[in-house]
Design a protein around this ligand. Sequence first.
Ligand SMILES: Cc1cc2nc3c(=O)[nH]c(=O)nc-3n(C[C@H](O)[C@H](O)[C@H](O)COP(=O)(O)OP(=O)(O)OC[C@H]3O[C@@H](n4cnc5c(N)ncnc54)[C@H](O)[C@@H]3O)c2cc1C
Length: 394
Amino acid sequence: MKVVINGAGIAGTALAYWLGRLGHGVTLVERAPALRTGGFVVNLWGIGYDALERMGLLPTLLDMQHTTDALRMVDQAGRTRGGYPSSVLLKLAHGRMATLARSDIAATLYGALDGRVDTRFGDSITAIEDDGARVRVMFEQAAPQEADLVIGADGLHSRVREYAFGPQARFEYPMGCHVASFEVAGYRPRNGNAYVAYTAPGRYVARFPMRDDRMLFFVLLRDEHLADGTPRDLAGRQAALVRALTGIGWESTAIVSAVEQADDIYFDSISQIRMDRWVQGNVALIGDAAACPSLIAGEGAGFALAEAYVLAGELHRHGDDTAAALARYQARLHAVVARKQKHAESLAASFVPRTALGVRLRDYTTLLMRLPVFPRLLMGRYFHDELTLPDYGI
Ligand SMILES: Cc1cc2nc3c(=O)[nH]c(=O)nc-3n(C[C@H](O)[C@H](O)[C@H](O)COP(=O)(O)OP(=O)(O)OC[C@H]3O[C@@H](n4cnc5c(N)ncnc54)[C@H](O)[C@@H]3O)c2cc1C
């Protein structure tokens, strides 16, 4: 088959890997001029971890891990008010969890393509004409191309979804918060190897120690702390963060300076994408484009890897019957992901409480995670996937 994939993030690159390995002709198109670097750290467990293992990339990625010893929730004066050792989460995942930079995952997947895939950076799909048998794909830069299948792996703001399924607003469920993330070098204090988080009502800020004396910051803001919606450029993002974080306590002065030093800031709304179907003729969606669970559900990268594996596996299993393969891909995963999305709705409030009392209660609740039984009671559902990846023999 000839397959065009729009988006070389985690989902698109993983799918390109599998399809390339199965001998299909793949064109992978990425809007960015080069593979994106920077970004945030993600935890992979469950079916995402299993999918990585099936790709044979787990040993390489485990060597790149960014582990911390503990999660600490602190108050305005920096006193520890909550938290637990990181080993608690590892135990919930039965020892099968990896903490990785998103960019390391994408670069490792990309490296594994091994020249089998035609990759185009700095380009994007601009139109799709599907006559039921073949698809004609138009690009910003390259000449039009015929394909058997077009995949939208272009993330939360997917263009392919817009062309084939309808406008973003029909499928996006904003969760009332924005997320920002950025890295700086030499930040102090570093406090050993702990993830340290502070919450003022409506504003959560955490620092995560990285290799080479770098510090990753992770900020969640309730939308009422953002005056002008989602800022689009670096200066706008810096201004929004400075406004929201100035004078909130803890290390806010140092963090505001870090914001001003940052040369790249990820900033987006926290939203879910909910769709009844991920397939329209010879066009299909995977990853955040299809079903972004949001960072609150916490498994978006894992689902992206699992979806890529299942889609490739079903295409392999069904041979020429692409329609049956696509239908099976959706049937296997849609309900599982939808239930995780629903569950995340109830978690949003505890991520960024609106009141000081809510913050204190949330912090104290995290102390329960140090006791036996409570981790499973409080977070067991988060770590449980209702699906085992099928064995496609690929
Ligand atoms: C702060 C944060 C923390 C997170 N933590 C976790 C976690 O702990 N565990 C977890 O599993 N998940 C986590 N996630 C979610 C996870 O990062 C995403 O779900 C995952 O990256 C989705 O992968 P994707 O390939 O579908 O989309 P993306 O990674 O967004 O990739 C989409 C790609 O498409 C490209 N693109 C976009 N538009 C176009 C276009 N028009 N044409 C061509 N290319 C285009 C983009 O440049 C990008 O390279 C987190 C997310 C955030 C923001």
